[in-house]
Design a protein. Structure first.
Lengths: 302, 268
């Protein structure tokens, strides 16, 4: 059986296309930005870099404010969002994520409010530390969330997606903090942005390669492919500019914007790749058939 | 037969695991199952469309179609044949939809079946991405917004009745009963067909070592699963959860290390 003559029922999809709308990739960006910024802020505070710590904290606070709005808006029944809080299930990355978002949102919000009003220094310190510790979880659980699905482009990329999202979050957080912070205090932000962009670019390539030509197709063609190309261009340009002109404020602003744009486009590339991957039955049936043939016969039939 | 995941938590209230055996070799494509299901479960009309795909104007299983009769017209060396098959939720032993549901709306019943509690579901859509068979979807009709699928007529089971589709099926293509009995009956039917020369006959979902731990809905098919729109090797994605959380933990650690690295070395 070749990829072109794959058996199907009138070419109809086998698995359902995700019902998630563009709020979800936008949340992947805002949540990742918030998580990595919170960690950057906590680390900056520990290093005595208050100028960077304050700005990264405000970025994180913006991220955790926007995120729940996007998540709730995407629900089929937004008024029942609180039903997410009635259980904690490790078998559901979305359930685990709900509690991460709740913890991150509360701690970052408290820390930012204390910072803004310049009150309760000890509460602020512990809230910031807590949000900093939870930040990496906030930035990566979304990779686990989409990987725990039957969408071939997502499930088969389960080893790479969390790292891709970590890199993408670091690129956005570093880039935006570098753009907002005076250059003298922004060195760690520049380095984080650059490191994130490199991780993002390399992980995307590795993921594509490891998925093989067929399953990787939605990441390179169509809407997903277009976003991937834009992401690559923006991240490369942003990284190079940050490296060469990051110590100039205007250069840092341009580089930060490009890094953030690259991160944004990466999330949309993954989102659209998933939708396209579910919509075409070949991506589901051909690898399954190959797997079954390798084992002798499909496990489901006898 | 093993119980469905979580079924044993019912303790003394546990019931024998029940399911469907859909013998497609005797399906005549009357769609009585689709109609009975819609009537009993008040499943709304979701558009009257002409698909051009043989006599199948239902299209696929969804929030608004809990039984779906597939029609395949085959021109073969030994002449023309119809394949007709009434598809339904598989009520998997390891159910992806149930595993990922973040509200606990999707539960295992005392009968081993998988049911969505409509008053709990908030329509997040995660179950849609976790079903290897594309059974669940969101109902947009009338501003519903919730996820819906076959309940195996949970309300009828509680009153000792069989599901509406099985009750209405005029050829016993859809059979309902304790899963153990159904599996034995399915095997017997398969052996009979093989003896009479129907070499294409095969069971689908009867192997408890498959990727979903065996299905509560077993099928007798006359061609490859893909021909009916069924996946040839379905896997509950949560089977790989350890790998997935491992990758996330590693990525989170690397992110923390990356932030630490960003502060390493002298300032300017």
């Amino acid at each position: 059986m070749t990829s072109d003559s794959a058996l199907s029922y009138y070419g109809k999809p086998i698995v359902k296309e995700p019902v998630w709308k563009s709020e979800i990739p936008r949340y992947f960006f805002s949540g990742g930005l918030a998580g990595a910024s919170a960690t950057l802020s906590a680390a900056a505070r520990a290093a005595g870099n208050d100028a960077l710590a304050r700005r990264a904290l405000y970025v994180a606070a913006t991220g955790v404010t926007v995120s729940p709005y996007l998540l709730i808006k995407d629900l089929g029944r937004p008024l029942r969002f609180y039903n997410m809080m009635r259980v904690f299930k490790v078998t559901s990355p979305m359930s685990v994520g709900t509690w991460i978002v709740a913890g991150e949102g509360t701690s970052t919000g408290i820390a930012a409010a204390c910072e803004l009003l310049d009150v309760l220094p000890r509460v602020r310190a512990s809230a910031r530390a807590f949000s900093g510790l939870l930040g990496p979880a906030m930035a990566t659980y979304t990779g686990a969330l989409v990987a725990d699905s039957v969408v071939p482009a997502w499930h088969e990329a389960r080893h790479e997606l969390p790292l891709l999202f970590a890199g993408s979050s670091a690129a956005a957080a570093g880039g935006i903090a570098a753009a907002l912070t005076p250059v003298a205090a922004a060195r760690p932000a520049r380095r984080l942005g650059l490191l994130g962009a490199i991780t993002e670019l390399v992980t995307y390539r590795v993921m594509e390669k490891r998925l093989g030509a067929l399953v990787a197709e939605p990441y390179t063609k169509g809407e997903g492919g277009r976003y991937a190309k834009a992401a690559e261009a923006a991240s490369l340009a942003g990284g190079a500019l940050m490296l060469l002109a990051g110590r100039n404020r205007a250069g840092a602003i341009a580089a930060g914007a490009l890094l953030a744009a690259g991160s944004w486009c990466t999330r949309f590339a993954v989102y659209h790749a998933g939708k396209a991957s579910a919509a075409d039955p070949r991506y589901t049936s051909i690898p399954q058939r190959a797997r079954a043939t390798e084992r002798g016969q499909p496990a489901v039939t006898r | 037969m093993r119980p469905g995941d979580g079924q044993t938590t019912y303790g003394l209230q546990i019931q024998p695991r029940v399911g469907f055996f859909t013998d497609t070799s005797v399906c005549i494509g009357c769609k009585a199952c689709e109609v009975a299901c819609k009537e009993w479960n008040l499943v709304p009309e979701d558009g009257l469309v002409w698909t051009g795909n043989s006599y199948d104007n239902t299209g696929e299983l969804s929030a608004n179609s809990w039984r779906h009769v597939a029609f395949i017209e085959q021109e073969r060396d030994d002449g023309f044949r119809w394949l007709m098959s009434s598809d339904v939720c598989k009520h998997c032993t390891h159910a992806g939809c149930l595993d990922v549901c973040p509200t606990g709306a999707i539960t295992r019943t005392e009968f081993g079946t998988v049911v969505i509690q409509d008053d709990v579901c908030n329509g997040c859509g995660y179950c849609v991405t976790a079903c290897p068979f594309g059974v669940i979807s969101r109902r947009e009709i009338g501003g519903d917004g919730g996820m819906h699928k076959c309940t195996l007529c949970y309300d009828r089971l509680e009153d000792g009745l069989e599901p509406a589709c099985a009750k209405a099926c005029p050829t016993k293509s859809i059979q309902f009963g304790p899963l153990d009995e159904l599996l034995a009956r399915a095997q017997g039917r398969l052996d009979d067909l093989h003896e009479t020369g129907v070499a294409d006959a095969r069971l689908y979902g009867a192997n408890e070592n498959d990727g979903v731990g065996g299905m509560g809905s077993v099928f007798l098919l006359l061609d490859e699963p893909e021909v009916y729109g069924l996946p040839p090797d379905p896997v509950d994605p949560t089977q790989n959860l350890r790998t997935i959380w491992g990758a996330a933990a590693a990525a989170a650690t690397l992110l923390a290390a990356g932030v630490a690295f960003a502060f390493a070395g002298a300032g300017e």
